[in-house]
Write a protein that binds this ligand. Structure first.
Ligand code: ZN
Ligand code: CU
Length: 480
């Protein structure tokens, strides 16, 4: 009998399978883009053999929360992500998706995707077709954004949608789901959606649920009224009967520090009756558009971009106020449209949220920012290197589960997120002793240390610190 043959065998690594279970030493065979075997594979032959002695072999990381809609097309190497071991990104979060919308001058926060010329997709299908014709280095899971739909269908945004407008938006959700989108997102705190009604959100989420979709929400409030926002989210989850994800869970502002004890209990209680989860990024500063309503809760604000004053990128807002002799509100008006980093969370809250069983890691990175929040380049190696290895917040296996198995299960992607026979071969090999984020608030564009090689659908995308030129990324559909 002929020997068993594989395209690729990774030998002798410490396999972390994505479930949170204890790691084990094994070889791993890949054939035709799938994991063909895991175990002692000494009698197999292969075209390519990789020695993973002293290294960890894990499922490719899934970035549960991104704004990568544009960069997937404009920078298909996806270097900020592949350099962290990411093999799949969930895009279209916070109510903002590039499609379906044609617009020259979209209102904030739609402009956080960058470049006004990019809102040029008449349909979700047109976006998916372009992505499939010109694939990036990572897989993607697409969400259609509520704010994008409101801009596309309403003449003014300072009111709830009418019945006719809801019907229009329902049709757009239906066609996005038919085109292969995986769900619906909201950004209820942002100006384009803050006036929307709960009923409008439930109606649209219901359409996504009918197609096995997921609902993700940047809630109406993440500070003084975070508890009410979680209640609203639970009502939507029940009303639409949909798997729901709270985006970038946190409690902002010093007066709300410590409240994650209560919010996590609230979430845990709700999990008895609804499918509810959240994503979290491992930093105590947030980042989004520079808007006056965010001023009161932040201790320190850094400007990440400004159309009017590009030279002030990376400058403290307080310095700008002093130099100009103006109030923070006046400075915001003069800098706008602009983006910012807000230091407004507590480390103890962050660690409590990271530690919650079943949590998912999402970077919320903003790839268009000239001076991005370091989460864009550092999130995943930071959770493993800083929080799991150096601080001992949880075992390595738990860190990996939060960026692989938990996420695939929550989003209903049944053939990813685990190292198991038959799974798609999205794999990262990393050095457990050296893995660490290098991006900082002062120097944010820095690839992480310790990521050795990354495979997407069995093809090598990242090795020796650079992109290999391969573009095997697929648009993934929910199947579970
Ligand atoms: Zn958000
Ligand atoms: Cu976001």
């Amino acid at each position: 009998m002929s020997r068993l043959n594989a395209d690729l065998i990774i030998h002798g690594g410490q396999v972390i399978d994505g479930s949170g279970a204890d790691s084990f030493f094994a070889d791993l065979a890949v054939r035709k883009g799938r994991i063909a075997a895991v175990g002692a594979l000494g009698d197999w032959s292969c075209d390519t053999s990789v020695n993973a002695d002293g290294k960890c072999v894990a499922p490719g990381f899934i970035d549960a929360h991104t704004h990568d809609d544009r960069i997937l097309l404009s920078n298909p190497d996806m270097l900020p992500k592949i350099s962290q071991g990411v093999t799949t990104v969930v895009a279209g979060n916070c109510g903002v998706s590039l499609a379906p919308l044609i617009h020259r001058d979209p209102p904030p926060p739609l402009n956080l995707l960058g470049g006004e010329d990019w809102y040029r997709f008449p349909s979700a299908r047109a976006y998916v077709e372009e992505l499939e014709q010109s694939p990036p280095a990572v897989n993607s899971i697409m969400l259609v954004g509520h704010s994008t739909l409101r801009v596309a269908t309403m003449d003014r945004l300072d009111r709830p949608a009418t019945e006719a407008e809801i019907l229009d938006m329902e049709r757009l959700v239906d066609s996005a789901m038919e085109a292969g989108y995986a769900g619906f997102s909201t950004g209820l705190e942002y100006p384009p959606a803050i006036a929307s009604s709960e009923n409008e959100v439930i109606r649209l989420a219901t359409r996504a649920a009918k197609a096995k979709g997921v609902y993700t929400t940047h809630m109406r409030n993440e500070s003084d009224h975070v508890d009410m926002s979680i209640d609203e989210t639970i009502r939507v989850a029940k009303g639409a009967d949909i798997r729901t994800v709270i985006s970038h869970h946190k409690t902002c502002g010093k007066n709300n520090w410590g409240r994650t004890q209560a919010t996590l209990t609230q979430i845990q209680d709700a999990q008895q009756t609804v499918k509810l989860n959240f994503d979290v990024y491992p930093y105590i500063a947030s980042s989004t558009s520079l808007l006056p309503q965010y001023l009161p809760h932040a201790d320190r604000i850094l400007v990440t971009w400004s159309d009017a004053y590009p030279e002030l990128t990376g400058t403290e807002l307080s310095t700008i106020c002093k130099d100009w002799g103006v109030s923070a509100e006046q400075a915001v008006e003069m800098l706008s449209p602009a983006g910012a980093i807000y230091f407004q969370m507590d480390e103890a809250d962050l660690q409590r949220v990271l530690k919650f069983p079943g949590a998912m890691i999402g970077s919320d990175g903003l790839p268009s920012d000239r001076f991005p929040h370091p989460r864009l380049w550092g999130t995943f190696p930071r959770v493993i290197g800083h929080y799991a290895r150096d601080l001992g917040l949880f075992p390595l296996e738990e860190a990996v589960a939060r960026m692989t198995g938990n996420t695939a299960t929550t989003f209903g992607i049944s053939d990813r997120g685990f190292i198991r026979k038959g799974m798609s071969a999205d794999i990262v090999i990393f050095n457990p002793d050296t893995i660490l984020d290098r991006a900082t608030f002062e120097n944010p564009i820095q690839p992480a240390d310790g990521i050795e090689s990354v495979y997407v659908n069995g093809e090598l995308t990242y090795s020796d610190g650079s992109w290999t030129g391969n573009r095997p990324g697929q648009v993934l559909k929910t199947t579970a």
